[in-house]
Design a protein around this ligand. Structure first.
Ligand code: GGG
Length: 350
């Protein structure tokens, strides 16, 4: 039997608490040997403890093999003492790369022939947290360092190399706006081109971010790996998700040296919360990313296959035009996993 997988599970707020820990039922169906420590973070945690990311949560996350994060939506106005728990977790755990795949899905409206990976810098850029009031307005600092740019670029090229070994083209598109942001994106661009020289077999191209947004919508099938600074990557990955079924299906992996943090891309969706109708597929895909990045490719593929089959022929939540509940979709995926499961994986293995 494989080593016990120690998970820190942070449901967060809103639909995050309806999706987690419920989605871990898929790990039971896969026969994965795991333990889950449930932890608090988000607005409710802030109201209760005065901290959106309590110290105990951060410590347990540091100690876990992997972190599964649900969803939060931080207030859009300033609240004294509040910090975004997901942005803080990414920074505290130095999870410097946010990997966001966008792949065609068997659902209405998904564009065919899309299989791309957005590699978003996760620790600096416009999310550096350096904002201050000045004059009659405010200033946000966009921080770009050589260290962070080189390591994110290398991560992108490594991903392109790995994907090339699986039959993808092996191409990295560097996204920037160095013609205007000459210093910050000048550094990002130069570092990405420097990293490119270590990966001779990988094709490299550049796109200005505005042109990239337009090309992504017109011809998403031509992109393989896309590397971008924090905000550009955040926006482009939501665009990419919209092309292949929407945020209800999109997941990401936050990676650094250790541990790994996976999450659905969507937020806590306060308008949907409490109805039991949130789409669990993004959270389940996040679990598949956890397995894939944890060196458990066979189980990741089984989960991905079950998700595709459930999307093709199973019940669908309202975001995909159906009327099914979260629980019904989850049950369909788990039934799919249990059908044809290897004998030792037929039941819970905790
Ligand atoms: N599952 C990721 C998530 O909660 N996304 C929404 C998000 O990034 N929110 C930032 C925040 O509310 O602090």
């Amino acid at each position: 039997m494989r080593r016990l997988l120690r998970l820190a599970v942070i449901p967060g707020d809103g639909i995050g608490t309806e999706l987690l820990p419920a989605a871990l039922e898929a790990f039971d169906a896969l026969g994965i040997h795991y333990e889950a420590k449930l932890l608090e973070a988000g607005w409710e945690a802030f109201e209760k403890h005065g901290d959106a990311l309590p110290g105990a949560t951060l410590e347990a996350a540091r100690d876990a093999d992997a972190v599964v994060f649900g969803a939060v939506s931080s207030p859009s106005h300033s609240v004294a003492g509040y910090r975004s728990p997901i942005v803080a977790l990414r920074r505290e755990l130095d999870l410097y790369a946010n990997l966001r795949p966008a792949v065609s899905a068997p659902v209405p409206g998904s564009r065919p022939g899309v299989d791309l990976l957005i590699v978003r810098e996760n620790t600096e850029g416009l999310y550096s947290g350096r904002e201050r009031e000045e004059g009659d307005g405010a200033v946000a600092e966009r921080v770009v360092t050589r260290r962070a740019s080189l390591r994110i670029a290398r991560r992108a090229f490594e991903q392109a190399r790995r994907r090339r070994s699986l039959g993808r083209p092996g191409r990295v598109t560097i996204v920037h706006k160095a013609n205007v942001l000459r210093l910050t994106d000048g550094i990002f661009r130069a570092c990405a081109l420097e990293a490119a020289r270590e990966f001779a077999e990988i094709e490299v191209e550049e796109q200005l971010v505005d042109s990239m947004a337009s090309r992504l919508i017109r011809e998403p099938g031509r992109f393989d790996v896309v590397v971008a600074t924090n905000l550009f990557g955040d926006i482009l990955s939501d665009v990419a998700a919209a092309l292949v079924g929407g945020l209800g299906l999109a997941a990401s992996a936050n990676v650094g040296d250790r541990p790994l943090l996976v999450e659905p891309v969507h937020g806590s969706a306060p308008d949907l919360a409490g109805k039991g109708m949130a789409n669990p597929i993004a959270t389940l895909r996040a679990l598949a990313l956890l397995l894939a990045h944890g060196g458990r490719d066979a189980e990741a593929e089984r989960l991905e296959r079950a998700l595709d089959e459930a999307l093709r022929s199973g019940p669908r939540t309202p975001d995909l035009g159906g009327t099914a509940t979260t629980a019904e979709v989850l049950a369909a995926v788990c039934a799919e996993l249990r059908r044809g499961a290897p004998a030792e994986a037929a039941g819970p293995a905790r």
